[in-house]
Design a protein around this ligand. Sequence first.
Ligand code: PLP
Length: 397
Amino acid sequence: MTDTSENWHPETTLVHGGTLRSAFGETSEALFLNSGFVYETAEQAEARFTGDDPGYVYSRYANPTVTMLEERARLFEGAQACRGTASGMAAVASAMLCQLQAGDHVVAGRALFGSCRYIVEELLPRYGIESTLIDGRDLDAWTTAVRDNTKLFFFETPTNPTLELVDIAAVSKIAKSAGAVVLIDNVFATPMLQRPIPLGADIVVYSATKHIDGQGRALGGLVLGTTDFIEEKLAPFLKHTGPAMSPFNAWVMLKGLETMPIRVEKQVANAAKVADALADHASVLQVLYPGRTDHPQRAIAEAQMTGGGTMVAFSLKGSKADAFRFMNALQIVRISNNLGDAKSLITHPATTTHQRLDEAARAELGITETTLRLSVGLEHAQDLITDLTNALARAGS
Ligand SMILES: *Cc1c(COP(=O)(O)O)cnc(C)c1O
């Protein structure tokens, strides 16, 4: 294992952290695309299973390429331990199910990625775990929702799709006094722009599918937290239920981490320019971007984020038909529910990612029939602005 110097800057950790070189001395990280491992002797096999010999046993438990990713992500995030999973949803579900049991209660911000909301609202109650969804922006709502059996606070910030913010430090404080664990889905902020652990969070989850891969190739997830939580609760759950990350996907993510700082920096710069251009356009009703001074929670953005993010939410004047005409007229920006990609992607949440919710629930989240969520990519900002303004000219026609 490479020793990381405390003096390394984040970019250096993301290129070198966690590298395990094989006997061949390869430069790029090796891809250990194997399911099992062989033992020199029967005694060694026995020792691996008792844990006396720390080597690898089976890739559902651990794999060297996945270990390299986990270690690099751990060093970068400043967490004690990390485990990779097959997808972001495997990370969220495992982080919850490995520590909750029937009779427990979860409080969650209601503005959640669709599948996260499904887990909290529909799946957990089926196993006797109660949940309360609240407006995560409202600190009193967190306090009021706490019960004797509250074990976990869960939220994302910025939220999907309208980029509302939750005050991580303030909510973590409420959780601590309630004896609850704070689990944060940090995907929208990216690992570059927001560090939940120093702000008080206990566990951070990522869909590595998004900015960590960043090029739309592979699914993956990461769970980061204390050694106690990861080794005692999460690791046995993953080992015995099997949502393991593929070594191939871990290898893609390792290479993704190397370029993440320059990609995210450029995407944030593009997003800021795009947000400003949209805000100035007569056909646009509202722009929500945490990097703009008119974001309703600007002070929280400044306190806990080091950039406005790669996502822009906006709504158009007019109807759903205008929003669809606009989307269909785009030439560079592609219609997709994915995000964090090198390619700019746009989605109409009301009819796709948030279709499952009824109109009242959508209204609570600020999703109207012209709300659009734009994931800004690596194209030239001016080409994106030209594409968006050309398409806006078609929206009202
Ligand atoms: C994409 C996403 C997930 C789920 O990740 P997958 O890798 O698609 O399983 C969870 N939370 C947020 C905020 C996401 O954007």
